[in-house]
Design a protein around this ligand. Sequence first.
Ligand SMILES: Cc1cc2nc3c(=O)[nH]c(=O)nc-3n(C[C@H](O)[C@H](O)[C@H](O)COP(=O)(O)O)c2cc1C
Length: 273
Amino acid sequence: MLAPIENYSDSALRTLCFNHGADLTFTEMTRVEGIIRNNKPTLAKILCCDSTPVEIQLLASNEEQLEKFVSSFKPFEGFRGFNLNMSCPSKELIKVGRGAGMVKRLTKAQNLVKIIQKYNYPVSIKMRLGANAFEQKHKVYLRLIEGSGADYYIVHPKHGSQNSDEEVQGNQIYEECLDSAKISGSKIIANGGITTPKKVIELKKIGVSGVMIARAALKNPSIFDYLKNEAGFNTPIKKIPSIKELKEEYTQLSNKFSSPHKYKENLSKLMKN
Ligand SMILES: Cc1cc2nc3c(=O)[nH]c(=O)nc-3n(C[C@H](O)[C@H](O)[C@H](O)COP(=O)(O)O)c2cc1C
């Protein structure tokens, strides 16, 4: 899966990654309150001009606002469901119980999931282990997996006070999450620092259903086929294009889908061999 990535994951990048092995993609985090206010920059974040399989990632915490949006939502060709963000480490969001601050709010999470399911849409949750080390110690993340009712959980094994340079915690976190997922009949997707076929094979062995990749895909959007080739998931083996070829393909896609200038500039700085 290609992760939701603010200021990058528009139709062009999502299609590029899909063309090179990502099975599912996500729109960047979008605030429900902005959507229902018809705020144009907010609406642009969930505009999918392509038919690539995609989940729309929402930052939601108010039931009425979420229901207002979901009840009037019109699914489109690539739409595969909604994803609730319970992973954003922003201090402002955590302070008001949103992003990673939502992990411990089981009743609220259950309400949000139920609203989406009431309209028969699939729903997943992208989560950290809690807002801070204290919440992680009290295993709030396991209660969320056992009780919120979502279809599957993308686990980023860090708490909200850990920054992006810190290493993710070890596989024992996924193992605990897998035990909780068995209780709720759901699935676990691993996210964070996954860049090698060895890691993918190791995660599959412990029972994780898939992996989600962000930063490594910005450097090389064909990492999905590379990992699938090397870990034995692509038969026959797919050709890996050069960065020059990928840049040309991205230019065509970003022109076709009218990507914002900022997104094009951001990606061209990062894509490299
Ligand atoms: C520039 C940037 C923007 C991000 N935007 C989002 C976002 O909108 N929603 C989200 O859930 N996570 C977001 N993330 C977190 C990633 O989805 C992912 O969880 C994190 O980068 C760890 O995965 P990685 O090690 O493969 O990069 C962002 C990360 C980066 C680097």
